[in-house]
Design a protein around this ligand. Structure first.
Ligand code: AMP
Length: 349
């Protein structure tokens, strides 16, 4: 297997694709000698505008952008959707080439995508088959108690897998800066903590959430929603807006702020229940949290000086009945889709 390929040698928008680490390390060493900087964007592929916004941010601050595309098995629990996670390799690479053309033609002094790292599982986990068991063997990075909260409560191995794979990727790419999306807020808190605690020599940048016009946060898993449930996806966003309004209106107690969000969710749910099974979408709320944005500790009162983060996970139920020609998304509308999102209640300046 070739360990590095360039799809269109000579084309300035082309970049090298690496399947293994030694050649990528060599490129990194050369860039270091040439005094060039590297911004790194880890992804699991199925790229969308949210990913591209991270790459744009990286290109603004670095001469070179490295991107990884790796669906990391250790962050999926045994009953989760690892084997069916969307894989859109060809269109991902085309999107990246197009973006590089955009960088070149803009004429502004932005950086370029120079490497895509798409390793195999064996490259990333050289010694053992990667484990998704909570007590499985392996070399893991754990960041507690942060990784036990929120998403970690229902997905106990998730952040161990995320922190471990990010550490491996940072070790291979040794980036000056790494870019993560606000969309996965808890992940940004855990990566910052890991970088600080383990003295990783990189800066962590957080890029704001890219949303559809109706407020639905872009996500690779949205491909499973289909038209009807995609319309519903803005429900969390509307709930956050109501909470934000309450906060800006002077409410600081947990009860008042979460009540504002909950009442939107309850209203939408009741409206949907009144519809027929071929028209409606139903959902379950996994959690809704109001927490300190550094420690993720739940708050009873929000301190205006510090602000807070409100976050939620909502499980969209499978469609009960479909109508002819309905666009139901990947999986034909038969799979649960778990959506997560968050919103910062801003600190006073
Ligand atoms: P993923 O491929 O889902 O693991 O995401 C890779 C990176 O893209 C993570 O840092 C995510 O937080 C970020 N990301 C995903 N969705 C969005 C979005 N809608 N806006 C901004 N960043 C995002």
């Amino acid at each position: 297997m070739a360990t590095s390929i360039t799809r269109s040698p000579g084309d300035p928008s082309s970049f090298q694709i690496f399947r293994d680490s030694p050649q990528l390390r060599r490129l990194r060493q050369q860039l270091l000698k040439d005094d060039q900087s590297v911004g790194f964007v880890p992804t699991m592929g199925a790229l969308h505008e949210g990913h591209l916004s991270l790459i744009r941010a990286a290109a603004c601050e670095n001469t070179n952008v490295f991107i990884s595309i790796f669906v990391n098995p250790t962050q999926f629990g045994v009953n989760e959707d690892f084997s069916s996670y969307p894989c859109t390799w060809e269109s991902d690479i085309e999107r990246l080439e197009k973006l590089n053309k955009e960088f070149i033609s803009s004429g502004s002094p932005t950086g370029r995508i120079s490497a895509v790292f798409a390793p195999t599982s064996k490259v990333m986990y050289p010694n053992l088959p990667p484990s998704s068991e909570i007590d499985g063997d392996g070399s893991f990075v754990t960041v507690t108690p942060l990784s036990k909260k929120l998403e970690g409560e229902s997905r106990p191995v998730f952040f161990r897998g995320v922190a471990t794979v990010c550490m491996k990727l940072f070790n291979v790419t040794t980036p000056d800066r790494v870019y993560f999306g606000q969309k996965d807020f808890q992940q940004t808190v855990i990566i910052k903590r890991m970088v600080q605690d383990l003295h990783v020599g990189t800066e962590v940048r957080v890029v704001s959430t890219a949303r559809e016009v109706n407020g639905l946060a872009l996500s690779s898993r949205n491909a499973y929603l289909g038209d009807r449930r995609r319309r519903a996806g803005c429900t969390i966003f509307r709930a956050f807006k109501a909470a934000d309004e309450a906060y800006r209106g002077g409410k600081t107690s947990r009860v008042d702020i979460l009540r504002a969000a909950q009442s939107v969710l309850d209203r939408v749910f009741a409206e949907q229940q009144a519809l027929s099974p071929s028209e409606r979408y139903l959902f379950e709320i996994d959690y809704i949290s109001l927490a300190d944005s550094n420690t993720l500790e739940e708050l009873d009162i929000v301190d205006h000086i510090k602000g807070a983060v409100i976050s939620a996970a909502l499980k969209m139920a499978p469609l009960e009945e479909t109508v002819p020609n309905e666009e139901c998304g990947l999986g034909d509308g038969k799979v649960f889709v778990r959506l997560i999102d968050n919103w910062m209640l801003q600190a006073e300046n």
